[in-house]
Write a protein that binds this ligand. Structure first.
Ligand code: IMP
Length: 180
């Protein structure tokens, strides 16, 4: 047993909630996403990989999956500026984009992406996140469109979330207690 970790949201609860959200997203995009213009699901690397793969497999609308590499956290403290690399051949122009995040914290990462995709003339951009920490928000205008769970100001790991690359593979969302 690792005493630094306690369960916040167990595996089955997460699985159930993702299924609910997938239904809602499918319903919301059903009329605008077609085989010619599928929903572009942009998964932020690496934390959102597990969430995005579970979510996208339950969407029953045409969609494509791509990835954005983000660097913004070191240890339990945010780095100053989020940096992201978009695949060279990836164009969002005219596309319905759904950004899939593991957690929205200060909101700076999402704010940066929203600005860039706006400049690149995406048809629409929405944000879907496994976890949201609204009490930590600095970019006040960032409000995720789809949230699996709202949580308090806690540092969490598991379900793809890491602490310095540890604990990503844990099956539950767990609180990390660095002081123990
Ligand atoms: P933001 O730009 O502050 O919203 O940061 C978002 C990113 O910070 C997320 O994609 C995570 O990689 C990281 N992050 C924020 N809070 C946590 C946490 O509690 N555990 C692990 N990573 C976190």
């Amino acid at each position: 047993m690792n005493e630094k970790l306690t369960v916040l949201i167990d595996h089955d609860t997460v699985v159930h909630r993702i299924a609910e959200l997938a239904k809602q997203i499918s319903a919301d995009y059903r009329t605008c996403c077609t085989a010619q213009n599928p929903l572009l699901v942009l998964c932020t690397l690496r934390g959102a990989v597990f969430f995005a793969s579970d979510l996208i497999r339950q969407l029953d609308i045409p969609c494509e999956l791509d990835f954005v590499k983000i660097h913004s956290y070191r240890g339990t403290r945010p780095a100053e500026i989020p940096v992201f690399d978009l695949g060279e051949n990836l164009s969002v122009e005219g596309r319905h984009v759904l950004i899939v995040e593991d957690i929205v914290d200060t909101g700076h990462t999402i704010e940066t992406m929203l600005k860039q995709f706006g400049r690149q003339q995406a048809e629409s951009v929405r944000v879907c996140t496994l976890l949201d920490k609204p009490s930590r928000r600095e970019a006040a205008e960032v409000i995720p469109d789809y949230v699996c769970f709202e949580i308090e100001d806690l540092f969490v790991v598991g379900w793809g979330l890491d602490y310095n690359e540890q604990y990503r593979l844990l099956p539950d969302v767990m609180v990390y207690h660095p002081e123990v």
